[in-house]
Write a protein that binds this ligand. Sequence first.
Ligand code: AN7
Length: 355
Amino acid sequence: MRNPSPQVRGVLHRWGNVLPLTESTPRISLGEGDTPLVRSSALERECGLDELWFKLESCNPTGSFKDRGMVVAVAKAMESGARAIMCASTGNTSASAAAYAAHCGLDCFVLVPGGRVAAGKMAQAMAYGSRIIEVEGNFDDALNAARELTAKHPVALVNSVNPFRIQGQKTAAYEICESLGEAPDILAIPVGNAGNITAYWKGFGECAETGRATLHPRMFGFQAAGAAPLVIGKPVAEPETVATAIRIGNPASWAGAIGARDESQGLIEAVTDEEILEAYRLLARKEGLFVEPASAASVAGLLKHGRAGTMRGGRAVAILTGNGLKDPDTAVSQYRPDVTRASATLEGVERALGW
Ligand code: AN7
């Protein structure tokens, strides 16, 4: 293959040297990775930090971090001759799988919990032309079914139980070390199925081994209080939270998350839906960052520590995992009362504004 031009982007081009690629792995890309790292303008002090940075994984091509891992999983599936992929999903994995399948001419089957996937994510899976099955059950039930189906039929499973997903997602840790010139003191991240916290910890470990960083960050994972199996230490049969992306009761990467927490001297804690929605509001209104509720969980956790006085300065990076446009219904239901109606006249608008 010719050398890619400078315009060619993507995780496989940029990080191929730290990924398990071969000559025959197709170098596919939708332009994923290389996401912005943006300094907090408002919430840093309140979080008790010297520096707070946001990694905008919402800027990936389908609007979430899933694309980093999906590009590797799909490329490896193609390399092994697969013609079809499948995933269970709370929404973002299915949006990403559907996009890469469309890009690569593969069939895509997605299993989603009926009625519990945010509207933007359903719209994506439909638009990219995946075959969508709404199952009567939650994400954990859907993942069990997907595992059984892909064991029986010639379809590649692209959930994060696929190790190539973790490989791809670890590249975000490399980018953070490159951008900051060092690993941060704290990495704050929402936790659902626990693939991403596992991937970041792997990435930071590799960065330390290869001299890209001297520090290992403390890993701070946050789950929604109604879906916090890692916090309570046992699976949750009926997880419930406004943050539907992380409405997961039995994370597949359970051991990876606990390993990341313990090896890094970090923590995995719960934040309530109220705390998530407060952080969701503050991120949008004080930072100009519109994220989906699950992404606000990590910032909710940092705010909680900052206010409790349990944070002792230092530099943290919070991973903003998904775009706010994914879940317009939550935004509209939160903020609709703030909108005022008026006649389309000078006087009408002045009256509405109280001018
Ligand atoms: C925005 O799409 O599990 O702990 O099926 O969409 O690696 O699961 C999504 C998870 C955080 C949690 N933020 O990451 C799915 C799915 C957002 C997410 C998570 C998800 P993991």
